[in-house]
Design a protein around this ligand. Structure first.
Ligand code: B12
Length: 207
């Protein structure tokens, strides 16, 4: 196998965005873009697993994700041409009244790393905005983040708004104060405690 695949994966894992981008550009001259995509996705999966195990922390994940994104910029036009663009879409946001977005951004990055199309609505997002974005993007999954006990109840209202609207997306919830028990109580389709497990959860929900 071309040793540059391992160099690319290592650059992503170490968060070396310029070298990752350069190696990916070189690989694109002779290799299949799907293999390049798989190399960076598996590097991000390693990062997710090490984050979950407590071996690395938020800053390392952020730099790895930045390196992955810089490769995706080079790869995306080629992937779109070859029909390898993501098959599933997740709409994500932090709920109304809540401005915390560090965890939500990590979840979005892991989902991109797992080859989902991610539509990020940002923070302080109303139920109506979630519903219309899910409808407009034909989303498979809507991911809600909350970090405040005072904003958690609006997750329940968002689930209700979806059920009333008839939009069929699955709804997952997360954030430090959120639990599986709370997710069950409000009728959400899934919960996970961290960004790496959120990507696994989404893969299961669309399987
Ligand atoms: C950083 C921070 C801020 C920053 C936010 C900056 C930003 N851009 O996000 C600022 C300074 C703005 C802030 C403001 C406030 N904050 Co604040 N903040 C924090 C702090 C220190 C860290 C949160 C964080 O980023 N953690 C790191 C990330 C990686 O973890 P995470 O968010 O939990 O995300 C992980 C998982 O939960 C999960 N996840 C997250 N979202 C989702 C979504 C899905 C779908 C899934 C599956 C998983 C998932 O995956 C992530 C990655 O593994 C926490 C304390 C703490 N230790 O948690 C307080 C904390 C959350 N804040 C708190 C408070 C009270 C406030 C303020 C009200 C303070 C004030 N009086 O003004 C305001 C509220 C502003 C608002 N309207 O939102 C309280 C909340 C208490 C409570 N029980 O409600 C905390 C717990 C601090 C405390 N101990 O009192 N805050």
């Amino acid at each position: 196998m071309n040793p540059d695949f391992e160099n690319l994966a290592e650059s992503v894992r170490k968060g070396r965005k310029d070298s990752a981008r350069e190696i990916a550009g070189k690989l694109l001259e002779s290799e299949n873009p799907a293999d390049i995509l798989n190399a960076i996705l598996s590097a991000m999966a390693d990062i997710g697993a090490r984050f979950k195990a407590g071996e690395i922390f938020v800053p390392e994940v952020l730099v790895a994700a930045r390196a992955m994104n810089s490769v995706l910029e080079v790869l995306e036009p080629v992937l779109v041409k070859s029909g390898l663009q993501p098959k599933h879409c997740v709409v994500i946001g932090t709920v109304f009244g809540d401005l915390h977005d560090i965890g939500k951004n990590l979840v979005a990055m892991m989902l991109r790393g797992a080859n989902f199309k991610v539509v990020d609505l940002g923070v302080n997002v109303s139920a109506d905005k979630f519903v219309s974005a899910a409808r407009d993007n034909n989303a498979d999954i809507v991911a809600l983040s909350a970090l405040l006990t005072t904003t958690m109840p609006s997750m329940g209202s968002i689930v209700e708004a979806f059920r009333k609207s008839g939009v069929q997306a699955k709804i997952i919830v997360g954030g430090a104060p959120v639990s599986q028990e709370f997710a069950d109580k409000i009728g959400a389709d899934g919960y996970s405690k961290d960004a790496a497990s959120a990507a696994d959860l989404c893969k299961r929900l669309v399987a």
